[in-house]
Write a protein that binds this ligand. Sequence first.
Ligand SMILES: Cc1ncc(COP(=O)(O)O)c(C=O)c1O
Length: 338
Amino acid sequence: MTSGIIASVIDLRSDTLTRPTETMRAAMARAEVGDDVYGEDPTVRLLEERVADLFGHEAALFTPTGSLANVLAVAAVVAPGQEVLCDAQAHIARAELGAHGAVSGVTMRTWLGERGRLDLPVVRRLFAPDLGPFFVPTAAISVENTHNFAGGTVQDLADLRDLREFATGVGAAVHLDGARIWNAHVATGTPLREYGAVADVLAVCLSKGLGAPVGSLMIGSADAVAQARVRRKRLGAGMRQVGILAAAGLHALDHHVERLAEDHAHARLLAEAVGTDPATVETNIVVTERSDAAAYVAAARDAGVLVSAVGPTTVRLVTHLDVSRADAERAARVLAGL
Ligand SMILES: Cc1ncc(COP(=O)(O)O)c(C=O)c1O
């Protein structure tokens, strides 16, 4: 199956473009629902309990977007006027339109990681203890796994554990942006609980590679999630009979996690076609450097393949549920010929 405006177009712009499968739609139609603002939607509760348990945390909260899950997660551990440290290419820094500052009063300082990887020696140097009325204190360190704009990079578990130890030692929290944590889990075989154990708060998405139309979760302690529930409502994202969407997420967890390995194989195939070393492609995202990214994107579009420019010279290709092996092979032929 292909997605996009024209049936024959192969859409590699993002893994958010997937459309719910027939069986997912059937699961949504069958969902038991109630008013979730009253805490009475049984399907949402099931999803929240299941996801909290998958990551070994006390609680989770269903949100309409990964951006909101990140905002709620960071705000749970960083007070207004405090800072979070993160990679310069992190989604929270680049693509949430300043929400952490505009909505939560949080400031950020960033490190320039090699392919988005956590750089603990630099984090140690950036870390600012609370010295009273002189410097912004660091309340949290954020890591993205997998790293989107860096090309689906998987963070090393040993590095994450070292970060956990450092953060605990200095009294800072760890935030994990796990929009694509499922890809990291499938690529490395690392249990989700191991990833959960290194973070105080997490955001995970069901609407990327897992193929749900909507839905993310903020995960943390019962207290952090209770706070997040209040903030979510304050921001206007208290949802009512939203079990129909939670059902899509439960279906995705049952049926779409292990298959991510196919997306990873398709990404390696595409990498070869665009001249990126397939050995550097760890999950479902390929980034390739072009002297003029916009011109490359336009040429690919004219040839029936949609890709995105994520910087003036950086092009991104993302594989997903709606890109079959045949689609990936065809896209590879097209892109190799550009
Ligand atoms: C790493 C990462 N975090 C968070 C998000 C935000 O998700 P949403 O688009 O649902 O707000 C994205 C979206 O692509 C992402 O790539």
